[in-house]
Design a protein around this ligand. Structure first.
Ligand SMILES: *[C@@H]1O[C@H](CO)[C@@H](O)[C@H](O)[C@H]1NC(C)=O
Length: 274
């Protein structure tokens, strides 16, 4: 009975994300947490299957499973979200949203920015994660000529059919028009998750990358550790290897991208004809 009660209470509290975020009291506790989401792991760990660029940056330490990573790359309506709500997204724009989806599901570094949320797909979300301005600019550039009908994708869609549809009275316009020609407005508003910040001049990691070469250490970890130390008002201790940086910070999904497109195309065709 006592066990049952403990279980019940734990489920209640963890279930609505009440107590656990307030209980984070060490830097490590912020670093060992995954968002409470439908497909997130309970804590970060290695995922050897995240190879061939399928959410590959997070192979060493991930909050997503291999299945989720594969789903992101191949399922055109992952989490019932229709990217093509105003017609098909361009391949380059879709590629950036895939990187963002990988980041959303796999990044083990968002602990310091978690807040409660109440949705079917998650009980927590991250908010105000510092995104490097050049990363945001690239994302916006890739999407600015694509079409959408609303600026806040987490809020404004009509979900009554189970999948996001454009709100009544809206029209499909170029991203550049919807986001008023501002990369910052786009990155901060589209999912309400990021705060765009300029990269520091002295090379200190002060902002996040959506993607990096898995041969290099995760550049976001130092940023998260620094923020956790700041929240807890303790001294920031730099971790080993944090200085090893990918000189290009190359952002490309490479050949696997073509495969994903093909798979997603086949899936759409097969799905439609069955
Ligand atoms: C949502 O879409 C349905 C049709 O699918 C419509 O009946 C309803 O009025 C829409 N709701 C809003 C708030 O636009």
């Amino acid at each position: 009975m006592a066990y049952f009660l403990t279980f019940l209470l734990t489920s209640l509290f963890v279930g609505n994300g009440l107590s656990r975020l307030n209980d984070l009291n060490t830097v490590e506790s912020y670093m060992n947490i995954c968002m409470l989401g439908k497909q997130h792991k309970s804590s970060p760990g290695p995922e050897k299957g995240l190879t061939s660029k399928i959410c590959s940056p997070w192979a060493a330490r991930s909050c997503c499973t291999e299945d989720t990573a594969l789903d992101i790359h191949t399922n055109p309506t992952w989490l019932n979200f229709d990217w093509n709500h105003c017609g098909p997204l361009s391949a380059q724009c879709r590629e950036h949203f895939i990187m963002d989806s990988c980041f959303y599901s796999c990044s083990p570094n968002v602990g310091p920015w978690l807040v409660k949320d109440v949705r079917k797909i998650r009980k927590e979300r991250f908010k105000g994660v510092p995104l490097c301005k050049p990363v945001c600019d690239n994302w916006y550039e890739a999407c600015k000529d694509d079409l959408t009908c609303t600026d806040e994708w987490a809020q404004n869609f009509n979900w009554s059919s189970g999948i996001n549809k454009c709100p009544q009275g809206s029209t499909c316009k170029k991203f550049s028009e919807v986001f008023k020609h501002s990369s910052v407005k786009f990155c901060e508003k589209v999912f309400g998750s990021f705060k765009v910040v300029p990269e520091s001049k002295d090379g200190t990691e002060n902002c996040f990358h959506l993607w990096f070469d898995s041969k290099f250490p995760n550049p976001n970890e130092a940023v998260a550790r620094r923020r956790a130390a700041e929240i807890l008002n303790v001294e920031y201790v730099q971790i080993e290897g944090a200085k090893l940086k990918d000189p290009n910070n190359a952002i490309s999904l490479g050949p696997a991208w073509g495969l994903s497109l093909l798979l997603s195309f086949l899936q759409t065709v097969l799905f439609k004809s069955s």
